[in-house]
Design a protein around this ligand. Structure first.
Ligand code: SF4
Length: 456
């Protein structure tokens, strides 16, 4: 066993749980026994040979509570596990004084420690730019504080609410939108606070969709989570429960039989996770998604577009093809939010549009996520598409296909529209300017009464 391997084994197996997970109402993992464990043949598992050529007891490695307790949260500990120069250590200490570090042993094991540009490393290990560019961006870009109706409950859209149960995550993603919460040292909402959220939902009958979020809501013990979910299910007008979690990616062992059995009782439950790179698709994460699907919980992916991590068509295609192979639907590709401490990971909007354009036509629509900007100040999500409509009139459109060819398309008449046009609409300046825009398009219009045709 190498020196690094010996260090990993002794430190990771013997260390006490970090202080972060001790909370005021003990709602998280420590209070219950570990869930059922996977049988092993020889009692040990070899971890990613590129990164940690060591052995850890399989029993521990498969136990999500062990993984959670043994998160790497200090620069000193990290330095014993991956090679760090003196300069890197100094910079890491400066960054973590503002933005803490937390990585699960599982996720750390996915890093190729000899590649400074490793996509897993960039998501997990702090970069000096987090503070050197820390003045750029906003602390709370989505204006969540403003839309909080009771502590932890964000009500922005009429029919759905975001229920933030905790600010604790097993891994602190360097691009996190809620990075501002990391300073608060780890909290879980008290039973009283959760009751206040439930009371609000009870009273507001337009709310049909609940998103459980955080931090990561699966940080709560299965029993505590069931307590919240079962109460939500007792509210008649709550139709859908969604869970936003990165556990399938950063600590897939959490998705155990106990959790899946519990969730299967309270459907429909939809789970959104966040794979950002195809290296995150492993036998463990695939098995976690499979367990969820077998429990009747559809799994979708909401990835974040990240500079030098997944910002090419090739990488996104590999990611989305990998997701389809494990039966996870590529749902959203988010433009990275304008969060302080993340500027070095943000890309231009054009990058996202080029990726979508590069995928369209070259793979099935099922593999293509919707590219979205979540607008600042609570403006909501706006989907962006490459521009395929070159001109448009009441009669025809000129469209550009994925090969760059122009296609004329006859626009069927909407018979209902004249009857729906009211006097008020006719006086509407918007209608006037729209009609004027249409008139300006006339010179390029080509009559084609029968069908679309392809220009050579
Ligand atoms: S899992 Fe989500 S909330 Fe938690 S650190 Fe990562 S991005 Fe932020």
């Amino acid at each position: 066993m190498t020196k690094v391997a010996t260090a990993l084994r002794s430190q990771v197996e013997e260390e006490e749980p970090p202080g972060l997970i001790t909370t005021r109402n003990e709602m998280i993992v420590e209070e219950e026994e570990p869930p059922g464990r996977t049988a092993v043949t020889d009692g040990t598992a070899v971890i990613n040979e590129n990164s940690f050529p060591t052995q850890i007891q399989q029993e521990n490695w498969s136990d999500w509570k062990w993984q959670f307790r043994n998160r790497i949260t200090t620069v000193e500990k990290l330095a014993t596990l991956i090679p760090l120069s003196a300069k890197e250590k100094t910079q890491l200490k400066l960054v973590t004084a503002k933005y803490p570090l937390s990585v699960t042993p599982y996720y750390l094991s996915l890093i190729n420690v000899y590649d400074p540009h490793d996509p897993i490393r960039k998501q997990a290990i702090p970069a000096f730019e987090e503070i050197t560019l820390g003045h750029v961006g906003l602390e709370d870009p989505l204006g969540e504080k403003r839309d909080s109706v009771v502590p932890g409950l964000v009500h922005r859209y009429p029919d759905r609410v975001l229920m933030v149960l905790t600010d604790i995550c097993p891994m602190l993603c360097r691009h996190c939108t809620r990075k501002r919460e990391w300073h608060n040292g780890g909290w879980v909402h008290t039973p009283g606070e959760i009751k206040a959220m439930l009371d609000y939902i009870h009273k507001h009958k337009t709310i049909r969709d609940i998103i459980l979020s955080g931090g990561d809501p699966l940080t709560l013990s299965t029993r505590r989570l069931e307590d919240v979910i079962s109460k939500l299910r007792q509210i008649d007008h709550v139709e859908i429960i969604r869970i936003g979690t990165r556990f399938p990616v950063v600590l897939p062992q959490r998705i155990d039989d106990e959790l899946c059995t519990m969730l299967s009782k309270y459907g429909p439950i939809w789970l959104n996770t966040q794979f950002n790179h195809h290296h995150e698709i492993t036998p463990e994460s695939a098995a976690a998604c499979n367990r969820l699907l077998r429990a009747g919980i559809p799994v979708s992916n909401q990835s974040v577009l990240l500079r030098d991590i997944n910002d090419t068509t090739e990488k996104q295609t590999k990611l989305c093809h990998g997701l389809l192979k494990i039966k996870v639907r590529p749902y959203y590709l988010f433009q990275c939010d304008e969060v302080q401490g993340t500027e070095h990971l943000r890309t231009s909007v054009e990058t996202g549009l080029k990726i979508i354009e590069g995928m369209r036509g070259h793979t099935s629509g099922l593999a293509i996520p919707t590219f979205v900007i979540d607008l600042p100040e609570g403006g909501g999500k706006v989907p962006l598409q490459p521009n395929y409509v070159l001109t448009q009139t009441e009669e025809e459109l000129v469209l550009r296909n994925y090969q760059g060819r122009f296609v004329w398309y006859r626009n069927p008449k909407d018979k209902a529209s004249p009857e729906l046009t009211t006097a008020a609409e006719l006086d509407n300046p918007f209608v006037d300017s729209f009609n004027e825009a249409q008139r300006q398009l006339q010179p390029v219009r080509v009559r084609n009464e029968n069908r679309a045709r392809i220009r050579p």
